[in-house]
Design a protein around this ligand. Structure first.
Ligand SMILES: Cc1cc2nc3c(=O)[nH]c(=O)nc-3n(C[C@H](O)[C@H](O)[C@H](O)COP(=O)(O)O)c2cc1C
Ligand code: SF4
Length: 512
């Protein structure tokens, strides 16, 4: 009897809307009907609005069914699901779904495609080819390719990755480290999670390449504790890679040894800041360190350390496979390559959309996102997490370009895009920005620790209509102080959302 392969994502957003129950029901109905199936728990393709998205492989073509619930399964089997039969939930072949095929899936190309825990699946889809190529060509060739690619950090600050790696490579030390920042604390961001759950070995490969290029033998992944499923998938993937000889001593007889430890955070936003993360990894309280020294020279346990975001590291294998110049041909100006943009908030088609830099916010929100979920007009869009500016509808034609965003007092950051419709009250969002900072501040410097609390109070007075002009002036002055005098971007960028709201939505302070 032929066995039919059926895919059901084991990924947090899919599981949150019932993917596990769907998998159980598929197994039950198949058994009851005497149909032989192989159930593969893949990652998500990133079209969260279609989850749980089930696929059935028919003659090598994967046919997708969207928003499937356990109650749909019996009917789907009755409609010839295992042959890709018609059903109201049928979307058609996965490679014809516009949301997916119109993307530039450079980094996420294996997410959804493979079984994330299978080394064989990973190898069959070019996995570890880049590490083998790195072994063959040597560390200098890797460093040159990363520099040539123009890759910049995807964690927020956009620092050139090649320069960071070169600094670590050129610093003499008996021990160096690769520290992967998987804290993913920004509101509206989930691309790190999608990658780690759908293609964890891509991150493992990227970290091993970083270690090989810089002379580091040890890697740490600092994962937020709010991702328990990611933790399970990542640890199993690390074990599987080690069992297959892709981690550990003398990887594949190359003479290069590298291993990875997985560490959990404890729910602090500021522990995503790289030096606070290093403190936390060392077992201390997550407080920001003054820079210099840079972590690249004096980082984890005082040793040279590459700190990179998940997506930064996961972008590297394809840069090695396909060439730095190829990567640099995507994007615009100094924003090279692609970014997995994450659409959430009040949006019809939320999910992850990997596109080259240069696409506009409007294209992402309207063409991919389908506009607001409520059907009401877009009022504001927050890009780049809780420290990102809130852009007005008239600014949606700005291109996704790190410098273009900086020019308008905004940032792309990790690429989170949160949409608000015209019922949202922006004065409350300004208050929230200050309140968030007050709660999450590490407390090391005064402008952030005290300024954020004073910021909440001043905004409350404005909302209450108390001495508005004087309090607006005070708020602006407070923003100047926080921006100029904070030790890190937590206090330094909290004014971004506040200022953008004062500029574009000042009328909301009156309508409270
Ligand atoms: C308050 C704060 C929170 C941050 N949170 C994260 C985070 O969750 N994940 C991340 O990769 N970078 C975060 N960053 C940026 C890191 O400090 C650092 O720039 C980044 O990990 C470097 O990696 P990259 O060059 O690959 O982006 C945060 C920065 C600040 C100031
Ligand atoms: S700005 Fe805030 S989070 Fe950053 S060091 Fe100062 S108190 Fe800590």
């Amino acid at each position: 009897m032929d066995t039919t392969r059926i895919y059901v994502p084991r990924e947090t957003s899919a599981v949150s809307v019932g993917a596990d129950d769907v998998a159980v029901e598929i197994a039950r109905v198949a058994k009851q009907s005497g149909i032989a199936i192989e159930l593969v728990r893949n990652g998500s393709w990133g079209a969260s609005w279609l989850e749980p998205m089930v696929e059935v492989e028919v003659d090598g073509v994967r046919i997708a069914y969207g928003n499937v619930g356990p109650g749909d399964i019996a009917g789907m089997f009755d409609s010839g699901f295992v042959e890709g039969g018609e059903h109201e939930k049928r979307l058609g072949p996965i490679q014809e779904i516009p949301y997916l095929i119109q993307q530039d899936r450079w980094t996420l190309f294996r997410c959804g495609l493979i079984d994330p825990l299978s080394v064989e699946n990973f190898r069959a889809a070019q996995g570890f080819n880049a590490l083998e190529k790195a072994f063959a060509e040597g560390p200098d060739a890797v460093l040159s390719a990363v520099v040539e690619s123009g890759l910049r950090g995807r964690g927020g600050a956009g620092f050139p990755t090649g320069i960071k790696w070169r600094t670590v490579a050129e610093t003499d030390a008996d021990q160096k480290y690769i520290a992967c920042n998987a804290d993913e604390g920004d509101s509206g961001t989930f691309s790190d999670r999608l990658l780690m759950e759908g293609d964890p070995m891509c991150l493992i490969e990227g970290m091993a390449i970083a270690g090989f290029a810089t002379g580091a033998s040890k890697g740490y992944i600092y994962l937020r504790s709010e991702y328990p499923l990611t933790q399970r998938i990542l640890s199993r993937a690390i074990d599987a890679a080690r069992d297959a000889g892709w981690l550990g001593d003398d990887i594949q007889g190359s003479g290069f040894s590298f291993d990875i430890d997985l560490h959990l955070g404890a729910g602090s936003y500021v522990c995503g800041e790289e030096t606070a993360m290093l403190e936390s990894l060392e077992g201390k309280r997550g407080i920001v360190r003054a820079k210099p020294p840079l972590p690249a020279i004096d980082g984890l346990f005082g040793k040279p350390t590459v700190v990179n975001n998940v997506i930064t590291l996961a972008s590297v294998p394809n840069i090695i496979n396909l060439g730095g110049d190829r990567y640099a041909s995507f994007g615009i100006n100094r924003s090279k390559g692609t970014l997995p943009f994450q659409l959430s908030g009040n949006i019809k088609r939320g999910g992850v959309v990997e596109k080259a830099f240069g696409i506009t916010l409007r294209e992402l929100i309207e063409e991919y996102g389908g506009g607001t979920a409520s059907g009401r007009p877009v009022k504001a869009v927050q890009v780049g997490g809780p420290l990102g500016a809130l852009l007005a509808e008239v600014q949606l034609d700005v291109e996704m370009d790190i410098e273009a965003f900086a020019e308008i007092g905004a940032m792309i950051g990790h690429g989170g895009i949160v949409v608000f419709d015209d019922t949202a009250h922006m004065a409350q969002q300004a208050r929230f920005a200050m309140e968030f900072c007050a709660i999450e501040s590490c407390g090391k410097c005064t402008p952030c620790r005290i300024g954020s609390t004073r910021g909440v109070e001043v905004i409350d007075r404005i909302i209450a209509g108390e001495d508005r002009d004087a309090n607006f002036a005070l708020l602006t002055e407070l923003c100047d102080t926080m921006e100029d005098a904070s030790l890190c971007a937590m206090g330094g960028m909290t004014p971004y959302p506040v200022r953008s709201i004062l500029k574009h939505f000042a009328e909301d302070f009156a309508s409270q």
